[in-house]
Design a protein around this ligand. Sequence first.
Ligand SMILES: Nc1ncnc2c1ncn2[C@@H]1O[C@H](COP(=O)(O)OP(=O)(O)OP(=O)(O)O)[C@@H](O)[C@H]1O
Ligand SMILES: [Mg+2]
Length: 241
Amino acid sequence: MSKPIISAKKITKSFGQTQALRGVSLDVEAGEVLAIMGPSGSGKSTLLHSLAAITKVDSGEIEFDGQRIDTMNDDKRSMLRRTSFGFVFQFGQLVPELTALDNVALPLLLNGIKREEAYQRAKTWLNNVELASKANSMLGELSGGQMQRVAIARAMVIEPKVLFADEPTGSLDSLNSEKVMELFIKTAKEHGTTVIMVTHEPTIAAYADREIIVRDGQISGAEAAVNPAQTRADKAKVRIV
Ligand SMILES: Nc1ncnc2c1ncn2[C@@H]1O[C@H](COP(=O)(O)OP(=O)(O)OP(=O)(O)O)[C@@H](O)[C@H]1O
Ligand SMILES: [Mg+2]
């Protein structure tokens, strides 16, 4: 394995009496698509949020691109999230009162990119997710699958190093889930983006290069190292060449 882009060593996190993470160590390679699976309440979201510098861990170390993020102050953590990380979560980050295009341009505007350039790049990304025709639709007028594609465009528009996704297709039916995942993995592979995603669905995890299972706050057993040549992630890579 080449040098990991994210490396966690023995991280722990408790919420009151609940030990959500009990010493998790994990290396993620640059460009890798990793699926985190496991039962409800096992600590998957807590792990994702810890790696993404959203949640502060109680002990252990986390490095991103050679920098310690567990010891970083809040300003630096938030800067890192805005510039290097993308997020696709099931709820939240989209603004229903704005158009699809405004939603995608927003992260760039927040990063101080000039309006004209921000909107140009946002248009390109809406196009990449095959939603150019919906640019001026209010978010509330879109279907669930279309909204999820807007969320992908919005996460990718800053060209993040790592894209974090928590149940990215959780509210979609299986046909739409497949379509959204294919697009998601294809765009990530095209741009060399590392993807760390939490999912309950084995069919969604099958898009990853590697799956890990979290049980009771720990990574369970040997990491299931799938043969990369046989993953859908790799097929997506081949298709787009
Ligand atoms: N902010 C919080 N405050 C208190 N307890 C929390 C908090 N976040 C998580 N927990 C607890 O930590 C444990 C792990 O939660 P986490 O959300 O990581 O689980 P999960 O594996 O993502 O579950 P699910 O599949 O249901 O989303 C659970 O027992 C949960 O109740
Ligand atoms: Mg969760």
